[in-house]
Design a protein around this ligand. Structure first.
Ligand code: PBG
Length: 329
């Protein structure tokens, strides 16, 4: 009579397995990060991110049309800012005719139904490569928040659906929400990078935007006074609950794969959608291993994306979005 239960019955073939599969990936799961640069006809490959590009606005227009055809419905915009426009105040970030503001309009004109999310942070605009204003060797919290709120308002005015503050200053969600409400942008959403860890996996992204902290006297060498210590778990819950209290519509955990325990715990704790950012270093690792012939690119990619969703992600910001959808279509 032993065993009454044989779990292998439900694994006999692919039809059976697909019938009982708990986690299925679809285009609705993705946010596509896009890097935007000035110029015309520009599509430059990022050295540490094979097959991923910086795009000028005309190429961005083409790209979002293609994404929409594939069923991808949300993009997250980042801009690479000319060195001449960088300072310690984030002034260029508020330029109504700045690259980000034009990029938002470009996407909305090309595909009006596409959800446009925008990165709200000072680092691409900072001469020091930090997410805040620097004074006497410190990253100022409250002064930075004022800039982040104005930046969010500027993105909302340009047509952004959701602003995504990626800086980790304290209280910025409240500042942003308050200014958006005061100015009549009550429908503009906030996706808060709530549990964002100080991670070495961001390296290729900083190459893409030329936004790494500079090595200079009195400039912090890393982002550890604002991004979270990767040894911490409870702090992630605290950060996330505070962002929800302050008005975040979506919360995010970042990076992805090394932090799936945090994703699950937050998913079980909160009742707003949880986004996960599978970051540039995670992308680069698989590309490199696949290039060497050491890993099966598509198989590992699907396993990783499925694991992130299984852990509790309602949506995944991923550089693999297009690859995944092409594969499953
Ligand atoms: C900066 C920002 C970073 C990323 C998104 N926004 C890098 C950082 O915090 O230094 C990383 C994304 C990635 O690595 O893919 N505000």
């Amino acid at each position: 009579m032993y065993p009454l239960r044989r779990n292998r019955r439900l694994r006999t073939n692919e039809s059976m397995r697909s019938l009982v599969r708990e986690t299925i990936i679809s285009p609705n799961d993705f946010i596509v990060p896009l890097f935007v640069v000035e110029g015309k006809g520009v599509k430059e490959e990022i050295a540490s991110m094979p097959n991923y590009y910086r795009l000028s606005l005309d190429m961005l227009q083409k790209e979002v049309k293609e994404l929409w055809k594939l069923g991808l419905k949300a993009v997250l915009l980042f801009v690479k800012v000319d060195d001449k426009l960088k300072d310690n105040s984030g002034k260029e970030a508020l330029n109504a005719d700045g690259l980000m503001q034009r990029a938002i309009k470009t996407v909305k004109n090309a595909v009006p139904e596409m959800i446009v999310m925008t990165d709200v942070a000072m680092d691409p605009f900072s001469i020091y490569g930090h997410d805040g204003i620097i004074s006497e060797g410190k990253v100022l919290n409250d002064d930075t928040n004022a800039v982040l709120a104005e930046m969010s308002l500027s993105h909302a005015k340009a047509g952004a659906d959701i602003v995504a503050p990626s800086d980790m200053m304290d209280g910025r969600i409240f500042e942003i929400r308050t200014l958006l409400e005061d100015e009549g942008f009550c429908d503009t959403g906030i996706m808060a990078y709530s549990a964002k860890y100080a991670s070495a996996f961001y390296g290729p992204f900083r190459d893409a935007l030329d936004s790494a902290p500079v090595d200079a006297k009195d400039i912090p060498k890393d982002k550890k006074t604002y991004q979270m210590d990767y040894g911490n778990r409870e702090e992630a819950i605290r950060e996330t609950l505070m962002d929800i209290d302050e008005g975040a519509d979506i919360v995010m955990v970042k990076p992805g794969l090394c932090y799936l325990d945090i994703v699950r715990e937050i998913k079980d704790t909160v009742n707003v959608p949880v986004a996960v950012y599978q970051v540039s270093g995670e992308y680069a690792m698989l590309k490199a291993a696949a290039e060497k012939g050491w890993l099966d690119h598509d198989a590992v990619m699907m396993e990783q994306i499925t694991a992130i969703k299984r852990a509790g992600a309602s949506m995944i910001a991923s550089y693999f979005a297009k690859d995944v959808i092409k594969l499953i279509n």
